[in-house]
Design a protein around this ligand. Sequence first.
Ligand SMILES: [Zn+2]
Length: 110
Amino acid sequence: MHELSLAEALTESVEKWQAANGGKVLSVTVDVGRLGGVDPEALEYAFGLIAPYKIRTVLLPLRFRCGRCRREFEMERLPESCPECGAEYFMLRRLNGRELSIREIEVENV
Ligand SMILES: [Zn+2]
């Protein structure tokens, strides 16, 4: 399972962070891009197998910039055209989609 190796890489990052900062980690929030081929549920499951803390995944919206009206906008899925000016999809530049990064580490207050 591809998510298991991703979970291992993420827990390694958390361990490094913990070694530097101390404290007991309660949960980790991870940003997941919609086009990175990562299944958030599978990632959460894999995390549960190897980590003693919880994981929360945040599926990020896709961000685009329109080449015609220059506006930036967010979508849940690939748009057919610019919602602002109606420019065709090929005029839109995708700005993200493949993220897999730690947004927040929650630590127990001592
Ligand atoms: Zn536009």
